[in-house]
Design a protein around this ligand. Structure first.
Ligand SMILES: Nc1nc2c(ncn2[C@@H]2O[C@H](COP(=O)(O)OP(=O)(O)OP(=O)(O)O)[C@@H](O)[C@H]2O)c(=O)[nH]1
Length: 361
């Protein structure tokens, strides 16, 4: 049995104009509020982009209006602002509403905080940056990230770095049946002469979408972020993401805009997540995860007994019958690979990200 999930204040979804309607007549309804996107958070101050991708786009700093209470505001959130939204030096605007979130990515509960908290909202895909060697890939960690992405309603993309050091074939083969797109990169040369092969492919996979990048230390995530967003070092290095002054002290996620390539389909954002090592999976329901596996969800809905866990030892699980009913060996192998992959993700909920250190086998 999976542990029962703990709800926190971020589970409350706020629908502009509906759920967030003021409870007392005294509250203004902020009809003149302006829309903005949250790009960073630091100690109660929020970096926002007002009128994002619009004609009057500008950066501003915001605080949460008291009426939002303990509701969390995270990078990727679309919010409504009132007060001085000019973004001029020294101004502070107020966030009065959080738009309903399309997707919600949670980080795992840990020793210091028992609640799985939302860390990024409205992202389209999770990019799992994994080195093929140095450090060795950890498939259990990848599985957990994929499960978290699918549960959050996001796609998963595996960015395999350091292909100059090891062959990607095994990992590519392992993740193809799960529907994970794979991009392989490798650097060549050093210093200013360094080129990253595969960068264009990665850029194309990100185009027009908001992507959250995760990866363990040393996998080459910064190398990719700096190549995609040339001024990222400034944004994430010495400068505080919110105030623009002093050191960047926050370890929370930060949204960075990727310059468009020719033919890009709309704005492209990457959200870097320094310090985030794994994702909360305690709340993941098997049937929810199954939704990411299209045809398997249908098979389960049609044939599984009520309350089926779909695990390998689940009695009368329809997924096993579906594999057995294959027309030939080729189909059976393909179906079995899909079911095994789904079950692997399902099992990944129950361990910890650090439980394995073995490469793909
Ligand atoms: N051989 C090889 N080395 C790479 C490649 N990409 C990055 N590196 C090196 O790997 C090391 C780690 O890269 P970073 O980009 O700093 O990795 P990171 O994941 O951001 O790690 P932290 O900065 O510790 O969070 C650096 O020495 C890079 O030069 C690659 O494709 N091949």
């Amino acid at each position: 049995m999976s542990p029962r999930r703990q709800y926190d204040e971020s589970d409350v979804r706020i629908r502009p104009g509906k759920g967030s309607r003021p409870r007392t007549k005294q509250r203004p309804d902020h009809a003149d509020a302006e829309r903005a996107m949250v790009t960073g958070v630091d100690r109660g101050r929020y970096a926002v982009l007002v009128d994002p991708d619009g004609p009057h786009e500008r950066r501003a700093i915001a605080m949460k209006a008291r009426e939002l209470g303990r509701e969390r505001v995270v990078p990727g959130d679309l919010v409504d602002l009132v007060g001085d939204t000019s973004g001029d030096e020294g101004t502070l605007t107020r966030i009065v509403r959080i738009a309903e979130r399309r997707t919600v990515l949670r980080r795992t509960a840990d020793d210091t905080d028992p609640i799985e908290r939302v860390i990024v909202a409205n992202a389209d895909q999770l990019v799992i940056v994994t080195a093929l060697a140095d450090p060795e890939p950890r498939t259990r960690m990848i599985d957990r990230c994929v499960a978290a992405a699918y549960d959050a309603g996001m796609d998963a993309l595996l960015a395999l770095t350091k292909a100059d050091l090891a062959d990607p074939a095994e990992l590519v083969q392992m993740y193809a049946p799960i529907g994970v797109r794979v991009v392989v990169t490798r650097t060549e040369g050093s210093g200013d002469d360094r080129t990253i092969h595969g960068l264009d492919e990665l850029h194309a996979a990100l185009a027009g979408r908001t992507s959250v990048l995760v990866g363990h230390s040393g996998v080459g995530k910064s190398t990719l972020v700096n190549a995609l967003v040339p001024d990222a070092r400034r944004a994430t290095g010495a400068v505080n993401v919110v105030t623009g002054r002093g050191r960047h002290t926050s370890t929370s996620a930060i949204a960075l805009r990727v310059d468009a390539l020719d033919g890009d389909a709309g704005p492209t954002w990457v959200i870097d997540t320094p310090g985030v090592r794994s994702f909360g999976l305690a709340h993941v329901e098997p049937d929810h995860l199954l939704q990411a596996f299209g045809e398997l969800a249908q098979v389960a809905a049609d044939t599984c007994p009520r309350g089926c866990t779909h695990a390998a030892d689940a009695p009368d699980c329809g997924l096993d019958e579906w594999v057995a009913a294959s027309a030939d060996d080729t189909e059976r192998d393909a179906r079995a690979a899909r079911v095994d992959s789904f079950r692997r993700l399902l099992a990944s909920r129950l361990g910890t990200a650090d439980a394995d250190s073995a490469p793909a086998s």
